[in-house]
Design a protein around this ligand. Structure first.
Ligand code: PEP
Ligand code: MG
Length: 584
């Protein structure tokens, strides 16, 4: 007989998997209190602190592994960082320590009590996104409990037993998700969590099918039995008969055919059905990502973020260190152009050590001394990077891009620093490309409104929608409490996008987009209709977007998008977009 369990499907592209169940035993929440004697208090607190330190150590190890793993999206690191932040927050264990001292609770029971108190606070929140953050607290506390009871189970699971299996667990942390994927797990089934949890977001980015919130999964699903996981429908089937298994095997074949079809698009010229050429570019976080960009057919790199050079260190990188990183990326790209963005530190991109002193804490860090503002205030910080980018331009097609431009004065100041750097390099007999294009990111509404002026003075523009949306809607892009306002379809955002693209056309300067909107399938037809012809995104999205571009009729989309804009004030943008994407 087939047993069907239902939960929340959280997968998008890779949705189905079949494999034997593997029960991941996590540190169980204690269900009954255990009290200690008064003279055991100090030892019990020490036990809690050791488990906390071990849990932090294990997460940091995963974090290091992510930074080294080629092609790992940077967001993976952010997931782990968010759990590390929770672990490092005194508010997490301080109350548990008090419970041990005042109530003579065991460390496990104290943690459990504190977790229940926190859970109650989260449960009372109205916002589903905020409520889902309770899962993060749960996972972190489970992780510590794991060390209190039996050490870290996940890292002890033998690889041979996990490979090819569907992991069934009470809950899985983002760090465990990453480790399990590395060890060959094919799907995840958890009793807790939902589509907004970090684990779900991570599972999507790792292409691992997952169904979450499956009540009693660990009780009903037996280790070793074959499971069919449908991460789209949110179902888990055990004991499926031949017909059902056959159906899902065919779905797997269809999915793999889709991946192969997409892979075949790698060498297709990228143009719309009516012959409009479109450039698909990659965003690089690390020099190693260059291979991934090429494998997915990128025509170039539209955004090479250079902040990684300043992270996890105490001093500033020197010119040679900059140059080595740029060289590595240029060589990995095999001749396709690379757009190197100058330092964009501050606000959401903080650093440790000496550099941190350049970015003093501000009341409004997103509006403070960051990115190009910071560089222009401290030419000693900026000069080595400008010189290194110029020197790199002698080794391949390089473009330089300035982040967070507010006014033309910043462009002029940078151009004069560049002119000086060129004179110095010439005197030193170091080669560079005198024609290296200089572009700027449009990510502040003021710059969007003056896009013509920027386009006249620069060689190209690139729209940074992540920040443009944040600044247009006055909504901190990393603050979960106002995340519901972060809306790419807000009419104000849509109007600014149209203005920037039109300004580029008027000034005969290319306009790219390198924010997340460019790699999101929902917006491809809209952006094509607006006239965008350069899309830059994480390499894993390139072929999905290319498929849409090849099917699109740009001339027709231009008319439809014009109509969409005419109706923006009277009809919901989501509905207008749905009609554009799925014409009746
Ligand atoms: C952006 O703001 O859209 C962008 C691409 O830059 P970052 O995400 O690095 O701020
Ligand atoms: Mg930005």
């Amino acid at each position: 007989m087939t047993l069907a369990l239902v939960g929340l499907g959280v997968s998008t592209s890779q949705t189905v998997a079949i494999g034997p169940a593997y029960r991941l035993e996590r540190g169980p929440m204690p269900t009954a209190p255990r009290l200690i004697a008064p003279d055991e208090v100090m030892a019990e607190i020490a036990r809690l602190e050791e488990a906390l330190a071990a849990s932090q150590g294990a997460l940091r190890a995963v974090r290091r592994q992510i930074s080294r793993a080629s092609g790992s999206p940077l967001s993976l690191a952010e997931f782990i960082d968010s759990h590390l932040l929770i672990l490092e927050d005194a508010a997490l264990v301080e109350p548990a320590r008090d419970l041990i001292r005042d109530q003579l609770f065991s460390a496990e029971w104290a943690l459990r009590q504190h977790r229940d108190d926190l859970a109650r606070v989260f449960d009372e929140m109205d916002d589903p996104y905020l409520r889902s953050r309770r899962d993060d607290i749960d996972q972190v506390i489970h992780h510590i409990l794991g060390f209190l009871t039996a050490g870290d189970q996940t890292s002890q699971e033998p690889e041979s037993e996990i490979s090819g299996c569907v992991i069934v667990a009470h809950d899985i942390s983002p760090a465990d998700t990453l480790l399990l994927r590395h060890r060959g797990a094919v799907a995840l089934v958890t009793e807790h969590g939902g589509p907004l949890s970090h684990t779900a977001i991570l599972a999507r980015s790792l292409n691992i099918p997952a169904v979450m919130g499956v009540r009693h999964a660990t009780r009903y699903l037996r280790p070793g039995e074959t499971l069919v996981v449908d991460g789209e429908a949110g179902t888990v089937l055990a004991g499926a008969d031949y017909h059902i298994l056959n159906h899902y095997r065919q779905r797997l074949v269809a999915l793999s055919a889709r991946r192969n079809r997409l892979r075949r698009l790698v060498h297709e010229p990228c143009q719309t059905r009516d012959g409009q050429p479109v450039e698909l570019l990659a965003n690089l976080e690390l020099p190693d990502d260059a291979q991934l960009a090429r494998a997915n057919g990128a025509a170039g790199v539209g955004l090479y973020r250079t902040e990684f050079l300043y992270m996890n260190r105490t001093g500033q990188p020197n010119e040679e260190e900059h140059l080595a990183a740029y060289r590595q990326a240029i060589r990995g790209l095999g001749g396709i152009p690379i757009t190197i963005r100058t330092l964009d530190l501050g606000a959401d991109k903080q650093v440790d050590g000496a550099l941190g002193a350049n970015c003093p804490p501000a009341c409004n860090p997103a509006l403070g001394l960051r990115a190009i503002r910071l560089c222009l205030k401290d030419p000693e910080l900026f000069r080595p990077q400008l010189r290194a980018i110029l020197r790199a331009s002698a080794e391949g097609p390089v473009r330089l891009m300035l982040p967070m431009l507010t006014n033309l004065g910043e462009v002029e100041a940078t151009l004069s620093l560049l002119a000086q750097a060129r004179r110095d390099l010439t005197q030193e007999g170091r080669p560079f490309d005198p024609e290296m294009p200089i572009g700027g990111m449009i990510e502040i509404p003021a710059a969007a409104l003056c896009a013509d002026a920027f386009a006249r003075r620069l060689d190209f523009l690139s729209i940074g929608t992540n920040d443009l949306i944040q600044y247009t809607l006055a909504t901190d892009r990393i603050d979960d409490t106002v995340n519901y306002l972060y809306d790419p379809l807000h009419p104000a955002v849509l109007r600014l996008l149209r203005m920037i693209i039109a300004a580029g056309r008027r000034q005969h300067k290319p306009v790219a987009m390198c924010g997340e909107m460019a790699g999101d399938r929902r917006f491809t037809r809209l952006l094509l209709g607006l006239g965008l012809r350069q899309f830059s995104m994480q390499p894993g999205s390139l072929l999905e977007i290319k498929e849409l571009i090849l099917e699109a009729d740009a001339a027709r989309l231009a008319i439809q998008v014009e109509d969409l804009y005419n109706r923006l004030d009277t009809e919901p943008a989501e509905e207008l977009l749905a009609a554009l994407n799925h014409p009746a």
